[in-house]
Ligand binder design. Structure first.
Ligand code: CA
Ligand code: CA
Length: 220
């Protein structure tokens, strides 16, 4: 991670100093599952439903930002059917286009998505912020090993803070990346000019997990 950060030439202090955060969240609604004869979909998630930090790039550049979570594929949830993301209130200026929702597979399942590859992507324009999740169905996609689920958007540095974080969640499975064009590096995130995990104190003053989820169902 440090190597990648150095490659980008982005001073850590600059990122840290410009790191915005806002909005202390209250307790989220309790998830209630209806059990009327079929199993509800499995939800891949790190957060507890209540986020408290929103992050985005510093004012020194206007990148395409990808943020997302890494999950081992769970038995009975091998077919991913939807991605759910909660956004910061300072949503990307829509002048720069919609959000892209990504599903990647990490074939070596080693905990590091930087050699994962995209197996599905959908563009959409979220209409919620805070702890409300925006749900995007994707073509049902069978996955193996491990997945990285995320969202990317072109941002105005110092203004847009779309990546909502729950600091109660583990930070060692959330990653974010900056690039001029995320689509160009999505199958080789190691080549992104900047990338870090959310437990890297050099770049992340408020470690936590992104409010990014996916739903899966059995491969029948
Ligand atoms: Ca929380
Ligand atoms: Ca890997």
């Amino acid at each position: 991670m440090t190597k990648i950060a150095r490659k980008a030439g982005i001073p850590g202090a600059l990122l840290a100093a410009a790191w915005p955060f806002a909005g202390i969240g209250g307790p989220g609604p309790v998830d209630r599952l209806l059990r009327d004869g079929f199993e509800p979909p499995f939800v891949y998630r790190l957060d507890d439903g209540a986020g408290n930090v929103n992050i985005g790039p510093p004012s020194s550049f206007d990148p395409d930002m990808l943020w997302g979570n890494y999950f081992a594929v769970a038995p009975g949830a091998e077919v991913v059917t939807a991605i759910e993301v909660a956004f910061g209130a300072t949503f990307p200026s829509l002048a720069n286009g919609p959000v892209t929702f990504w599903l990647l597979v990490d074939a070596d399942a080693d905990g590091d998505p930087r050699n994962a590859f995209a197996v599905a992507s959908v563009q959409a324009t979220p209409d919620v912020s805070g702890n409300a999740f925006y749900r995007v169905p994707i073509p049902p996609t069978r996955v193996q090993g491990a997945i990285f689920v995320g969202a990317s958007a072109r941002l105005l540095g110092g203004q847009d803070r779309p990546a909502r974080v729950d600091t109660d969640a583990p930070a060692d499975r959330s990653w974010f990346f900056y690039a001029p064009d995320i689509a160009e590096v999505i199958d080789d995130l190691a080549s992104a000019p900047f990338g870090t995990r959310m437990d890297n104190p050099q770049f992340v003053p408020f470690p936590g997990g992104f409010m990014v989820r996916a739903t899966g169902q059995p491969d029948n």
